[in-house]
Design a protein around this ligand. Structure first.
Ligand code: NDP
Ligand code: OXD
Length: 310
């Protein structure tokens, strides 16, 4: 069997050497220059594959996403629906996201941004410290990443609520589901974190109505997908003072175009989709395990439910 590496922006050599450490015999072909005979390809490792590029591999048995998100694969209608798709479940991705979310929550909670502004003005002014137990965190999406972040924030003493499709039992986390549950989370969230997958049900979920339901002065952290957020609604609610800040790691168009108002908005912190990356050293063992499952005809680890879209 041959694996097709079709990953936008990734160095194939790094992935090849990490995968060869796990499976010394694996035949890795790189799209588009060294594909060889398309009939040899049985598994694709994909990140942002150009639409249509996976349609002509007639022996393709599985597609493994190089990231946790799979919307970039599911959106391609040229891929036969019976080909199983797996999202990446990677301990490195989980720890990276936990670090990123914790960093941003603590930055807001401890007024880091305000102190930097004061430093620019050479102002020595102590801002009133508050207790973590008085800062309520809401997390939309309590999957692999949302749950890991929730647990870390509970350890810091923050009250945490989460919203997911099915109810969860996570120590210290209040679990909500459904539309009324969404608003219960929003209404209490001083800091709202989005870690949902992008699906038809979650697209545009952070709009004028939901953002306005947050308490006055709330901040949002979107580390999921740009299409969860209605850009204009965020700008309006920041400008009218209802929201006090936003950390955005993901955007409708990436790279974020230079003319986009997010770049220069004083209340927005922009990251270049850097919250958490799939790194070869931690992801290769998981990918190798899934390749073995394809060989054995077994269900994939992290296999996506196409009906749910994640
Ligand atoms: P999971 O599939 O493990 O978790 C998704 C969570 O969202 C689950 O709790 C699920 O509920 C919930 N959910 C899905 N749809 C709905 C809905 N309609 N209503 C309520 N809850 C819903 O995903 P991960 O945690 O692994 O990843 C989440 C997302 O994070 C990825 O899809 C990706 O977009 C983004 N990401 C961003 C990165 C970055 O660098 N910025 C890096 C990695 C991921 P239930 O548990 O009940 O199924
Ligand atoms: C992912 C991502 O989905 O990096 O893993 O965004």
């Amino acid at each position: 069997m041959a694996l097709l590496f079709i990953c936008h922006g990734e160095d194939p050599n790094l992935w090849k050497s990490a995968l060869h450490k796990e499976m010394d015999n694996i035949d890795i072909r790189v799209w588009p220059h060294s594909v060889g005979n398309p009939e040899d390809i049985e598994v694709a490792l994909a990140w942002l594959p150009p639409p249509g590029s996976l349609a002509n591999f007639q022996n393709l048995k599985a597609i493994l996403s190089l990231g946790a998100g799979v919307e970039h694969i599911l959106a391609d209608t040229s891929i036969p629906a019976e080909i199983p798709v797996a999202r990446l479940i990677d301990p490195g991705l989980e720890s990276g996201m936990t670090e990123f979310v914790t960093m941003e929550v603590l930055r807001y909670h401890r007024y880091e941004r305000d102190y930097r502004i004061q430093q620019d003005l050479k102002t020595w002014n102590l801002l009133k410290q508050t207790l973590s137990r008085d800062c309520h965190i809401g997390i939309l999406g309590l999957g692999l990443l949302g749950e890991a972040c929730a647990k870390k924030l509970v350890d810091f003493g923050f009250p945490v609520s989460g919203w997911s499709q099915s109810a969860k039992d996570i120590k210290g986390v209040q679990s909500f589901s459904g539309e009324s549950g969404l608003f219960s989370v929003l209404e209490r969230s001083d800091i709202l974190i989005c870690l949902l997958p992008l699906t038809p049900d979650t697209e545009d979920i952070l709009d004028q109505t939901t953002l306005a339901a947050l308490p006055s002065g709330a901040v949002i952290i979107n580390a999921a997908r740009g299409r969860h957020l209605v850009d204009q609604a965020l700008i309006q609610l920041l400008d009218n003072g209802h929201l006090s800040g936003a950390t955005l790691d993901v955007f409708r168009e990436e790279p974020l175009p230079p003319e986009h108002p997010f770049w220069s908005h004083p209340k927005i912190t922009v990251f270049p989709h850097a919250a958490s990356w799939s790194l070869p050293s931690s992801a290769a063992p998981v990918i190798a395990e899934n390749i073995k499952r394809v060989e054995l005809g077994e269900k994939l680890f992290g296999q996506v439910d196409r009906n749910k879209g994640y």
